[in-house]
Design a protein around this ligand. Sequence first.
Ligand SMILES: Nc1ncnc2c1ncn2[C@@H]1O[C@H](COP(=O)(O)OP(=O)(O)O)[C@@H](O)[C@H]1O
Ligand SMILES: [Mg+2]
Length: 235
Amino acid sequence: MEPMLKVTDLRVNYGHIEALRGVSIEVQKGQIVSIIGANGAGKSTLLRTISGLVKSLGGKVEFEGEALPAKPSKIVAKGVVHVPEGRKTFSGLTIRDNLLVGGYLYKGKDLEKDLEEQYSLFPILRERKDQFAGTLSGGEQQMLAVARGLMSRPKILLLDEPSMGLAPLIVNQIYDLIRQIRDRGITVLLVEQNARKALGICDYAYVLENGVINLSGTGDELLRSDAVRKAYLGG
Ligand SMILES: Nc1ncnc2c1ncn2[C@@H]1O[C@H](COP(=O)(O)OP(=O)(O)O)[C@@H](O)[C@H]1O
Ligand SMILES: [Mg+2]
């Protein structure tokens, strides 16, 4: 089957730093695909390039068989939605207004219904909807960031380190939500330093090291791989 997202030989530099040195990945519709790798491997750069925030030097990004537009807002309109590293919620806006920012493309059309959907998936956000986002805990802010992404009606959600800095119990909650999102038919590309969690949930995974994909396989295959265990799972 033709993959939903296909990245071919992608190259990105920041000045003299070669952040991506010919990265190729495929994401099948309906799956959770993860990219694991250490800090500085190029994971965020890969997501930023797919979502049009960083320009590539070479290579291709195709979505549903076509090249994506150049402008980030047009990429969102195609259904490719990025939830950035570090949540990036608007602390001085209410939870509801943060969600409405995610729905800006739809200008009132069915927005109340979309909000209801997020509140049913994330009940804590309903309870807190009139509070400023800055008053939320780290885990709640991560939920808000994901819910804001969902307000943009993604076909594929690009999640950058959703577990970063969160307590294990909260990480489990976030991962349960990622599974529910996939079960609602949204494809997920999940980038993580937390290899154990990401490999445990994904259908397929790639290992990114210094801007190069060095290994790939199903989550189970990589959990069993000696190289992955040594480098990413503490032996
Ligand atoms: N805006 C930037 N300017 C210069 N170098 C950057 C910038 N963003 C990332 N880098 C460098 O590019 C490499 C990949 O970074 P990044 O994609 O953030 O990795 P990861 O998300 O896997 O931690 C690193 O060497 C990082 O220092
Ligand atoms: Mg990163």
